[in-house]
Design a protein around this ligand. Structure first.
Ligand code: ADP
Ligand code: ASP
Ligand code: MG
Length: 415
């Protein structure tokens, strides 16, 4: 008998029929004697619909009130799944985030989980009941409903698994595991039977939305055994491992991640002297805007330029802040570009091999794709390119690193 936390994503609970199918699956696990906590997302498209409603009223809705609206999506699915489980003769009980008491900070729209009260869930498990918990939401110390950022139900599941000391956290989704790249972009992508935690962290941080990055961080911090599986077909999925294979077979690159939600902000003609980067990026950080790739040019004639990327939604806000900074610094101008995208190759095999970046740049050069920015870590190389070349770049890199030959052949993704 094991304690398992399962999470079913939006497509997996996208209709009443699919919720009934999830209930059948949960029942089968329960019948095998496992203790189960089930986390669900909102029905697919629902979170976007709710955000859309709020934005019809106000282009920039109040963050506290927006959270009140979007958190309702998950409240519907916990109730429906609990009804479906009870219809099958199982004792099931639904919980919104505040009912469990998933305590978060007060950063509406991107709240972080601080603590989870497991008392009610443990009582359910001991009594043989199935707890059905709303993903993506929590409550802050003042009692405000908060949400954890898009894709946040993954994080709810892994955090619950950590807090309960679960034997495994299973993320059920519309693909049967983690692939060498998004199978929607490259049909020749292959399922990876295993991926190291560090690689998964880089894949998620570079844009692979199959797992929210914070869920991977939680899994690493608390060593939660984590697996990505399909809701629609049986199979072993992908296990996130904490040990690297020592073998000769470690591929140079395990996967390709990408992100379209990028925008680039440049300050031209800034003084080339100490403290300037801080004066530019300090106010950006104070505004809670996440900065990703940063490039500063070599100074010429006492001036230089600094470029960084932010989430596309934050570009206007970042540019508005920098207009003030630019005036103070005597900078020439602030430029913005929201037609850029980021592509990254990720793999622990890179650690022990030189020339990986060069091979990446060669593949992009052969497709005539211009590289605008570059950033590297021990196990990844990221480039920023023009958005229109994104899919071409992903496919070129997938074949340049022989990724169609590793892992398992793709199963068809359900959408
Ligand atoms: P859910 O609603 O179940 O949380 P998501 O849409 O958030 O599902 O995540 C699953 C999707 O992630 C897949 O349908 C796929 O298009 C996308 N994806 C991106 N990169 C990868 C990858 N490397 N492997 C598998 N899926 C990926
Ligand atoms: N429903 C939320 C979203 O669409 C959370 C999730 O699905 O993980 O982002
Ligand atoms: Mg998701």
């Amino acid at each position: 008998m094991a304690l398992i936390v399962q999470k079913y994503g939006g497509t997996s609970v996208g209709s009443v029929e699919r919720i009934e199918a999830v209930a059948d699956k949960v029942k089968a696990f329960h019948d095998q004697g496992h203790q189960l906590v089930v986390v669900v997302s909102a029905m697919s498209g629902e979170t976007n619909r709710l955000i859309g409603l709020a934005k019809e009223i106000d282009h920039r809705p109040d963050p506290r009130e927006l959270d009140v609206v979007v958190a309702t999506g998950e409240q519907v699915t916990i109730g429906l799944l609990a009804i479906a489980l009870r219809k099958r003769g199982l004792e099931a009980r639904s919980y919104a985030g505040w009912q469990v008491r998933i305590l978060t900070d007060g950063a509406h729209g991107k709240a972080r989980i601080l603590d989870i009260d497991t008392a009610a869930l443990r009582a359910d498990l001991e009594a043989g009941r199935i707890a059905v918990v709303a993903g993506f939401q929590g409550v802050d110390a003042l009692g405000n409903v908060t949400t954890l950022g898009r894709g946040g139900s993954d994080t709810t599941a892994v955090a619950l698994a950590a807090a309960l000391g679960a034997d495994e956290c299973q993320i059920y989704t519309d693909v049967d595991g983690v692939y060498t790249t998004d199978p929607r972009v490259e049909a020749r992508a292959r399922r990876l039977p295993r991926i190291t935690f560090e690689e998964m962290l880089e894949m998620a941080s570079q844009g692979s939305k199959v797992l929210q990055i914070r869920s991977v961080e939680f899994a690493g911090k608390y060593r939660v055994p984590l697996r990505v599986l399909s809701s629609f077909q049986d199979g072993p999925g992908t296990l996130i491992t904490f040990e690297e294979d020592d073998g000769v077979e470690t591929p140079l690159v395990s996967g390709i991640a990408f992100n379209r939600d990028e925008a680039k902000v440049t300050l031209v003609g800034i003084p080339d002297c100490p403290g300037v980067a801080y004066r530019i990026l300090g106010p950006i950080a104070d505004a809670n805007i996440e900065v990703d790739v940063i490039v500063q040019n070599v100074g010429v004639d006492g001036t230089t330029s600094l470029t960084f990327t932010v989430h596309r939604n934050d570009m206007e806000r970042a540019a508005a802040i920098l207009k003030g900074v630019a005036r103070e610094l005597g900078a020439r101008e602030v430029l913005t570009d929201d037609r850029v995208a980021k592509v990254a190759i990720v793999g622990v095999g890179m650690r022990s091999h030189a020339g990986v970046a060069a091979r990446m740049f060669k593949a992009l050069a052969e497709e005539n794709i211009n590289i605008q920015m570059i950033s590297t870590s021990e196990i990844k190389v990221t480039v920023v390119i023009e958005e229109k070349y994104l899919e071409l770049a992903v496919r070129a890199l997938h074949s340049a690193f022989d990724l169609d030959k590793v892992g398992e052949p793709a199963a068809v993704a359900v959408s």
